[in-house]
Design a protein around this ligand. Structure first.
Ligand code: NAD
Ligand code: IPM
Ligand code: MN
Length: 354
C-alpha cells in the first residue's frame, strides 16, 4: 500500500527516537512491499526557532492530509521561561486539536522482564495488561486562561459530547478485552467530574456486557501501584490521564518504554511515545527508542490497517526486551542505535521464520 507519514521530530531526544521509528517503518515497508513516503515537518521549540510559531501552517497542512503522523517530543529548558510569550508544548496541543484526536490510547502491557526493570516488587507487575484512554482535546488543557500580576486562572470545561465520545471509545475497546472499564474522576470535588461520572453511567448502560466502576483519581494513583493487575480499561480526563500514565510507566520500568496512539473520527492518528524531550540525556545516544517503535506498531495497526506488520514490530520489541542489551534507563549499556539495530535484526529474523 501507499501511505504518507508526516514525521514531527521536535526537540531534545525527539529527533533521536523519531529517527528510530522511521527506520522501523522503512524496514517494514521494504519487507512487505509498501510505499511509505515520509514528510518531515517542524514542531515545538525547533519550529519556534525557525519560524517563531510552535505549529507552523505548513506543518498543520501536511498533517491534515497525511495518513498518519509520528511525533518525537517537544519542549526543553531553552523555551521554558515561565514568562515566554509562546511555548513548544502549544504546538503539540494545537496539532492534537487540529487533528481531532480526542482519545489518547496508552497501553500498559508489561513484558515479563518488567518485573526486573521496575523498582516495584515483582509480584506487583505480574499480569499487568491495561490500557489508559486519556481524553486529549478538552478539559483544563484547553480552557480559557488568564494571567495578571497578582493571579492566574485555567478553566476546566467538559461538554457532554466530549465525554460521550471518549467513553464510547473506552467501552468499545473493553469489549475486545476483559470487559471492564474503570472511569477515573474527582467527582467529590469537581463539577466537571460529576458530569463525567453521570455520562459514564449513561453510556455504560449501552454496554451491559461491560462492567463499569468509578475511582477517585487520588485513590487511583495508589491502586495503580498496589493492584495494577486488576485493571483493564481506565478512562479519564486529560490532566488525570497525563499524570497517571507517567506513574504507570514505573510499573513497566521506564517512561521510555510506553507508546501511544491519539485517535479521532478520521483514520489519520497521531503516534508518539508518552515521554518528553528528556533534555538531561538529549544528544547523548542514551534515549530509549522502544516507546516510539511501539508507537509505530500502533500506527501500522490503527491508521494503516496493517495488523500483521504491527504484530511483527511488537514481536521484535518483545524479543529485544527478552534477551537484548537495553538502554541505560532500563539498566543496560546499549545506545539508541544499538537498540534500533537489535529491533531491526529481530524483525528480519521473525519475518524470515514466518
Ligand atoms: P521527560 O519525559 O522528558 O523526562 C523525564 C525523565 O525520563 C528524564 O530523566 C528523562 O531522561 C527520562 N526519559 C524520558 N524519555 C526517555 C527515553 N526515551 N529514554 C530514556 N530516558 C527517558 O519529562 P520532563 O523532563 O518533565 O520534560 C522535559 C520536556 O519535555 C518539557 O519541556 C515537557 O513539557 C516536555 N514533554 C513533552 C512531551 C511530548 O512532547 N509529548 C511529553 C512530556 C513532556
Ligand atoms: C504528554 C505531555 C504533554 C501533555 C505536554 C508536553 C503538553 O506531557 O504528551 O503526556 O501534557 O499532554
Ligand atoms: Mn505527559
Amino acid at each position: 500500500m501507499k501511505a504518507t507519514i508526516v514525521v514531527l521530530p521536535g526537540d531534545g531526544i525527539g529527533p533521536e527516537v523519531a529517527a528510530a521509528g522511521v527506520a522501523v517503518l522503512k524496514a517494514v515497508a521494504e519487507r512487505y512491499g509498501h510505499e511509505f513516503s515520509f514528510d518531515q515537518q517542524l514542531i515545538g521549540g525547533a519550529a519556534i526557532d525557525a519560524v517563531g510559531d510552535p505549529l507552523p501552517a505548513a506543518t498543520r497542512a501536511a498533517c491534515e492530509k497525511a495518513d498518519a503522523v509520528l511525533l518525537g517530543a517537544v519542549g526543553g529548558p531553552k523555551w521554558s521561561d515561565p514568562n515566554a510569550p509562546v511555548r513548544p508544548e502549544q504546538g503539540l496541543l494545537a496539532i492534537r486539536k487540529a487533528l481531532g484526536v480526542f482519545a489518547n490510547v496508552r497501553p500498559l502491557k508489561l513484558h515479563p522482564r518488567s518485573a526486573a526493570l521496575s523498582p516495584l516488587k515483582p509480584e506487583k507487575t505480574k499480569g499487568v495488561d491495561l490500557v489508559f484512554i486519556r481524553e486529549l482535546t478538552g478539559g483544563i488543557y484547553f480552557g480559557a486562561k488568564t494571567r495578571s500580576d497578582t493571579d492566574a486562572t485555567d478553566e476546566c470545561r467538559y461538554t457532554v459530547v466530549e465525554i460521550e465520545r471518549v467513553m464510547r471509545h473506552a467501552f468499545e475497546l473493553a469489549r475486545t478485552r476483559r470487559r471492564k472499564v474503570t472511569s477515573v474522576d474527582k467527582a467529590n470535588v469537581l463539577e466537571t467530574s460529576r458530569l463525567w461520572r453521570s455520562v459514564a453511567i449513561r453510556i455504560g448502560q449501552e454496554y451491559p456486557d461491560v462492567s463499569l466502576e468509578h475511582q477517585l483519581v487520588d485513590s487511583m494513583a495508589m491502586l495503580l501501584l498496589t493492584r495494577p493487575a486488576d485493571y483493564d480499561v481506565i478512562v479519564t480526563e486529560n490532566m488525570f490521564g497525563d499524570i497517571l500514565t507517567d506513574e504507570g510507566a514505573v510499573l513497566a520500568g521506564s517512561l521510555g518504554l510506553l507508546p501511544s496512539a491519539s485517535l479521532g473520527e478520521k483514520p489519520c492518528g497521531l503516534y508518539e511515545p508518552i515521554h518528553g524531550s528528556a533534555p538531561d540525556i538529549a544528544g547523548l545516544g542514551l534515549a530509549n527508542p522502544l516507546g516510539t517503535i511501539l508507537s509505530t506498531a500502533m500506527l501500522l495497526r490503527h491508521s494503516l490497517n496493517l495488523p500483521t506488520e504491527a504484530a511483527l514490530v511488537e514481536a521484535a520489541v518483545d524479543a529485544v526486551l527478552e534477551h537484548g542489551n537495553l538502554t541505560r534507563d532500563v539498566g543496560g549499556t546499549a545506545s539508541t542505535q544499538d537498540v534500533l539495530d537489535a529491533v531491526l535484526d529481530a524483525c528480519n529474523a521473525k519475518a524470515e521464520a514466518a
